[in-house]
Ligand binder design. Structure first.
Ligand code: GLY
Length: 299
C-alpha cells in the first residue's frame, strides 16, 4: 500500500497565509512523516510529523505550548495504532517537549492507556528520553502577562482565541503495512486550570485508530471533544463512509450537539484516503497527494 498522511496545526480563528512560518511548519511535518514511513509504519510517520511540530515552537504543543492559569505549560499527547487497538496517552507532562514519544513508550512498555502528572517525569527517564523542565516560550509568557492584566479571565480567553486561534497538532497516516495510525500533541487551552487534562490524552476523544475502519485525530475544545467521543465517532462512520465524509459527519455531530467553533478533525480510512473538516474559521493542514506526487497545504 502507498503511504498516506494528513496533519493539522489546530483549528481556530487564526487564518494565516502561505508566507507564514506555520505554513512551512505544516508542510515540513508531512515531509518528516513521509521520511519516517520510508522504512517504518504509519505510526512512525504520524509520530515523526507531530514531533517536528512539537520541536518547531510554532504551534500549541511542545516548545510552543500555551500556559495554564498558573503560567506554566502542561502538555498532553497520545498515540494509537489500528493494530489491536494499541494506544496510550500522557497528561500534564512537564519534563519533555516531546510528550508524543513518551506516549509511545507508555503504549509499548506498560499495560496502561493513560499516565498523568509528575510521575510522567520518571517514565520519561525510564524511556531514556532527555528530561528537562518545560518552560514557557517567550511568546507564551508575553501573552500570559497580557491575559492576567485583563480583568476577567473569560474575556481574556476569548481574546486569545480571537488573536491566536489554533491549538493542538496531530497526524493520521497509513504506511505500507496498511495499518492506520494517529498521533496528537498539545499544550491544551490557554488559562486552563492546572491539572486539567484534555482530549489529546484520551483515546476515543482526541485520537482513535482501528485497522478495520481508519484513524482520526481531533483539535478544538477538549471538553466538548471528550463529551462527543469525537474520533471514535468519526472512525465509526468510516465503516461505510470514506475519510472525508466521515470527517464531515463527525463535525456536523459536534456542531449540532455543542455549537460552532468547537472542533476540527483529520481522518484517514483503511484505503488510505484522507479527510478534514472543522467548524471553526480555519484549520491549517497539509497532506501528501499521492496522485500528484506532492505535498499540499491549506490554511
Ligand atoms: N484540544 C486540546 C485541548 O483542549 O486540550
Amino acid at each position: 500500500m502507498k503511504p498516506s498522511i494528513i496533519i493539522h496545526g489546530g483549528a481556530g480563528s487564526g487564518r494565516y497565509g502561505e508566507g507564514d512560518k506555520r505554513f512551512s511548519g505544516l508542510t515540513g511535518a508531512v515531509e518528516a512523516g513521509l521520511a519516517a514511513m520510508k522504512k517504518g509504519s504509519g505510526l512512525d510517520g504520524a509520530i515523526a510529523a507531530v514531533s517536528s511540530m512539537e520541536e518547531s515552537g510554532l504551534f500549541n504543543c511542545g516548545r510552543g505550548a500555551c500556559l495554564t492559569a498558573a503560567g506554566e505549560p502542561e502538555l498532553d499527547a497520545a498515540v494509537m495504532t489500528g493494530e489491536g487497538l494499541a494506544g496510550a496517552g500522557v497528561g500534564n507532562v512537564t519534563s519533555t517537549y516531546h510528550p508524543v514519544e513518551l506516549a509511545r513508550w507508555v503504549m509499548e512498555n506498560t499495560r496502561h492507556v493513560l499516565i498523568v502528572g509528575e510521575r510522567t517525569r520518571d517514565y520519561a527517564r525510564l524511556a531514556g528520553m532527555k528530561t528537562e523542565s518545560v518552560r514557557p516560550s517567550q511568546a507564551a509568557s508575553k501573552r500570559f502577562l497580557a491575559l492576567v492584566k485583563e480583568e476577567r479571565h473569560s474575556r481574556a480567553v476569548e481574546l486569545v482565541r480571537k488573536i491566536e486561534g489554533g491549538g493542538t497538532v496531530g497526524a493520521v497516516a497509513v504506511g505500507s503495512d496498511g495499518v492506520p495510525a494517529a498521533a496528537v500533541s498539545t499544550g491544551g487551552m490557554w488559562m486552563k486550570l492546572p491539572g486539567r487534562v484534555g482530549d489529546s490524552a484520551v483515546l476515543g476523544a482526541g485520537i482513535f485508530a482501528d485497522k478495520r475502519l481508519g484513524a482520526a485525530c481531533a483539535t478544538g475544545t477538549g471538553e466538548e471533544i471528550i463529551r462527543c467521543a469525537l474520533t471514535l465517532r468519526a472512525c465509526g462512520f468510516m465503516r461505510s463512509d470514506d475519510a472525508q465524509r466521515a470527517a464531515a459527519k463527525a463535525i456536523a455531530f459536534i456542531t449540532r450537539e455543542r455549537g460552532k467553533g468547537t472542533a476540527g478533525i483529520i481522518t484517514v480510512d483503511r484505503k488510505g484516503r484522507v479527510g478534514a473538516s472543522f467548524n471553526a474559521e480555519a484549520m491549517g493542514r497539509a497532506w501528501w497527494d499521492g496522485e500528484k506526487g506532492r505535498i499540499v497545504g491549506k490554511v
